[in-house]
Ligand binder design. Structure first.
Ligand code: SAH
Ligand code: F3S
Length: 482
C-alpha cells in the first residue's frame, strides 16, 4: 500500500522516539572516494539502530571505525598512521574498540589483525549489515572478521544517517562494485562485482532528502553509466534474466530522468562516468532537464591508445574525442573533468605527449591527477613491471598538473561577466562575510552574504576569479528558490 507523506513522516518520528540508546559512542572516519563517505552513513544508520550515538570527538569514543581506501599505496599508509594515533588514545581508554571497514579491510582480510594489533574488527564493504553480530563478538573479547562479498547487497533498504552534513548536498549511491577490470585498479577486487540498486528505493531516498531540506544530490557509483536494474543481482547475470525482467529494466538515462522528474527543483549530479559506457541518451537526458547539472566527471587516465589498451580501458583516444564532441554539441556549456595517471608501466615520452595533447583538445575544467601506484593483485601488478622511475612519474605528473592549472584558469574565466545560479552550501572558508556555493558546472563561487541563507538558489554576477574560484555578487533569487 502506498503511504501518504504524512504517514511516513509520522512513521519516522515514531522510530526516532522508540530508538534505544546503549550509551556508547561511535566515532567514524572515512578515507578515499565519495562512495566510502556514503557507506559510512549507511554504517552509522545500522549502528544507530543498535543504540550507538555518533560523536565527532575521538577522545570520547567507545567504538572507532575507520573506512579505508586501497586505491594507492599512499592511501593505505595514511590509514596505518591513523591507527597509530588510535593506539595512543587507547592507552587511556582500554575499553575502546577499533574496527576497519572498506577496501583495505577487504584486501587484507585476517592479515589486518596480525599486522595491526590495535584492530579488533575487519569488515568488508558488503558486510555492514553483519556489524551488530560482529560487535557482539568483539564485546565478548574475540576478534571479528567478515569480508564476504555479495551478489545483491545494495543497502537499498538502509536510510543513511547523514554525517558531517551541510544540510544542502547529499550523496545517493546507485550501484556497488565494478565489472570493468582496469588493469591498474584494485576496486573490482575490494568492492566486488557490479550491482544496481532498486530505482524505487533511490527515488524514496531522494524524496526524503528533499523533505529534509536538501537541495542537491549526487548519484554515486564506480561507473554510473553502467547502472542497470532488472530486479536485482549482478549486472553480469543480466543475460539470465527473464523476458519480463528485461522488458521492465531501467538503465542509467532512464533512472536519471525518473530522478529529475521526481524532484524538479532538486539539483542532480552524478559520478563517476566511464567513457566506454556513457551513452548519447544520458547526454540528451542531461540537456532535457534543467535540474540536471551541466557537469560530467569523465576519467580517461591516459591520452595514448597503446596505454589505454594496456590499462584495459575499452575505448580509444578517437572514441573519447567523439564523446567529448557530442557532449559539447548537445550541452555547449557542459563542464568536464578528468582523472589521469602518469607513469603507468611502459609509458614512453611519446605516450605522455599524447596525454598532454588530449588535455589540450578537451581543456578540462578540473582534474584529479596521480602518479601510478602498483597495487597487489591487480592485472598490471601480475603482468607488467612497474618500470617507470619515480622521478619520471613525478615529473610527468607535475607537467600535467601545470597544464590542467592553465586550463582550469581559462575555463573559470569563461564564467566571468555572466549571471549564474549558485546553490549556497555554507560560509566561505576565507571570509565569514561571504557565502560559498557552486554553479551548475560545479565551479566554486563566493559572494557577499547579504540576506541570503544556506540552501538558497541565488543568481550571482561573476566579477573576478582565481584559477578555480569565482567571485561575484548576488543579483536576486533564482526562480528555483521561489
Ligand atoms: N570509477 C571510479 C574510479 C575509482 S579510482 C570512480 O568512481 O572514481 C579513482 C581514480 O584513481 C581513477 O580514476 C584513477 O585515475 C586513480 N587510480 C586508480 N588506481 C590507481 C593506481 N593504481 N595508481 C594511481 N592512480 C590510480
Ligand atoms: Fe577501477 Fe576502472 Fe572500475 S578505474 S573502479 S576498474 S572503472
Amino acid at each position: 500500500m502506498e503511504k501518504t507523506i504524512d504517514e511516513s513522516a509520522q512513521g519516522s518520528a515514531l522510530t526516532l522516539q522508540e530508538k534505544k540508546t546503549n550509551g556508547r559512542k561511535l566515532y567514524i572516519e572515512s578515507y578515499g572516494c565519495q562512495m566510502n563517505f556514503s557507506d559510512s552513513e549507511i554504517v552509522a544508520s545500522i549502528l544507530s539502530n543498535e543504540g550507538f550515538n555518533t560523536t565527532q570527538e575521538l577522545k570520547e569514543a567507545d567504538l572507532v571505525l575507520v573506512n579505508t581506501c586501497s586505491i594507492r599505496e599512499k592511501a593505505e599508509l595514511t590509514v596505518r598512521k591513523r591507527l597509530e594515533k588510535f593506539n595512543a588514545i587507547k592507552k587511556d581508554r582500554p575499553h575502546m574498540k577499533v574496527g576497519v571497514l572498506g577496501c583495505m579491510a577487504e584486501r587484507l582480510k585476517h592479515k589486518f589483525l596480525e599486522e595491526e594489533k590495535i584492530v579488533d574488527m575487519v569488515v568488508g564493504p558488503d558486510a555492514y549489515k553483519d556489524l551488530p553480530n560482529l560487535i557482539q563478538e568483539i564485546d565478548e573479547g574475540r576478534n571479528a572478521v567478515n569480508v564476504i562479498l555479495s551478489k545483491d547487497e545494495t543497502y537499498g533498504d538502509v536510510a543513511p544517517v547523514r554525517l558531517n552534513t551541510n544540510g544542502v548536498t547529499a550523496f545517493v549511491s546507485i550501484t556497488r562494485g565494478c565489472d570493468n577490470m582496469c588493469t591498474f585498479c584494485v576496486v573490482p577486487f575490494t568492492r566486488g562485482r557490479e550491482r544496481s540498486r532498486d530505482p524505487q528505493s533511490i527515488i524514496d531516498e531522494v524524496n526524503d532528502l528533499w523533505k529534509k531540506g536538501f537541495k542537491e544530490i549526487t548519484l554515486l557509483g564506480q561507473n554510473v553509466d553502467s547502472y542497470l536494474w532488472y530486479g536485482g543481482g549482478l549486472k553480469k547475470d543480466y543475460d539470465k534474466a527473464s523476458e519480463m525482467e528485461k522488458a521492465m529494466a531501467v538503465d542509467f538515462s532512464q533512472l536519471l530522468e525518473k530522478v529529475a522528474l521526481t524532484q524538479p527543483r532538486m539539483r542532480i549530479r552524478f559520478s563517476t562516468s566511464n567513457p566506454q559506457d556513457m551513452t548519447l541518451d544520458v547526454i540528451h537526458t542531461m540537456a532535457k532537464y534543467e535540474n540536471i547539472c551541466n557537469y560530467i566527471h569523465l576519467p580517461v587516465q591516459s591520452g595514448s591508445n597503446r596505454i589505454l589498451k594496456e590499462m584495459n580501458r575499452l575505448h580509444t583516444r578517437e572514441e573519447y574525442f567523439e564523446l567529448i564532441d557530442n557532449i559539447r554539441t548537445i550541452i555547449p556549456d557542459c563542464a568536464i573533468s578528468q582523472d589521469m595517471i602518469t607513469g603507468f608501466p611502459t609509458e614512453t615520452e611519446k605516450d605522455h605527449q599524447d596525454t598532454l595533447s588530449l588535455m589540450e583538445y578537451v581543456k578540462y575544467d578540473y582534474g584529479f591527477m596521480f602518479a601510478y601506484s602498483e597495487r597487489p593483485g591487480t592485472l598490471a601488478e601480475r603482468k607488467l613491471d612497474d618500470d617507470i622511475p619515480e622521478a619520471i612519474k613525478k615529473r610527468r605528473l607535475a607537467e600535467i598538473i601545470e597544464l590542467q592549472r592553465q586550463h582550469c584558469q581559462e575555463r573559470t574565466e569563461q564564467h566571468l561577466n555572466k549571471v549564474q545560479e549558485v546553490l549556497i552550501e555554507g560560509t566561505s572558508k576565507k571570509s565569514d562575510e561571504h557565502w560559498m556555493g557552486r554553479n551548475s558546472q560545479n565551479t566554486v563561487a563566493v559572494f557577499p552574504k547579504e540576506n541570503y541563507k544556506v540552501g538558497d538558489f541565488v543568481m550571482v554576477r561573476m566579477n573576478s576569479c582565481t584559477s578555480a574560484t569565482l567571485k561575484g555578487e548576488a543579483v536576486g533569487y533564482s526562480k528555483n528558490s521561489l
